[in-house]
Design a protein around this ligand. Sequence first.
Ligand code: PEP
Length: 256
Amino acid sequence: MRTPILAANWKMHMTVGEALAFAEALAPLIGDAEGVEAVVAPPATALHSLGEALAGTPVKLAAQNVHFEDKGAFTGEISPLMLADVGCAYAIVGHSERRHIFGETDEMVGKKAGALLAHDIRPIVCVGETLDEREAERTFAVIESQLDGSLADVPAGRATDVVIAYEPVWAIGTGKTATPEMAQEVHAFVRERLTKRFGDDASRIRIQYGGSVKPGNVFELMAQPDIDGALVGGASLEAESFSRIVLFDRTEESSS
Ligand code: PEP
């Protein structure tokens, strides 16, 4: 049984005040969020305050990035130790914006995932192909090599603490969503690769879909056998919209 995990990636949006207002608005909308896990990843400046606001609620705190060292001369970076200190349960690593804008490699993503696990923070490891790669029919090869590199430092026995987010780059922030069938095809491939690497544990690893998820399409996506959650950018910035995504199984397949 894989508990669905619905995560908000706010990227470079939200002041501390806005983050706190969101938390206040979200709480009554999702209640105890029974049967699902809701996660919010604010910018680093809001982690501490939002962490305090979320304490005692079912919503978990996540970071959007991390460095793999605990401390040192790495100006501008934040360590897993620091994320643990402010109560992060999760951290996103290898988001396509980190890979494509900031040049993160699979090796770096792998080290980050390993460092997070050492501090009992669960990594949300993002993988996904670009439009050019999809059109060149390289989707599976790209996903395979991203998974191999990004999971290289995950110790045996910790696989089920990892969440994979399959996010086709061409669907992020574009309004273009992979059809549920297209997403499922890649999720099944991811599960197959995870099984090769981690054996039976792979059946308990959650695989999120990300790319223009919104209240109107989350239900159909979540109905796919290997889609266990969503990583959501734009539609997670409003509490009402994110709450409908979190409660996908209790809202009607809706209009927006
Ligand atoms: C994301 O940031 O991971 C994402 C999927 O963004 P959006 O939902 O806006 O496409």
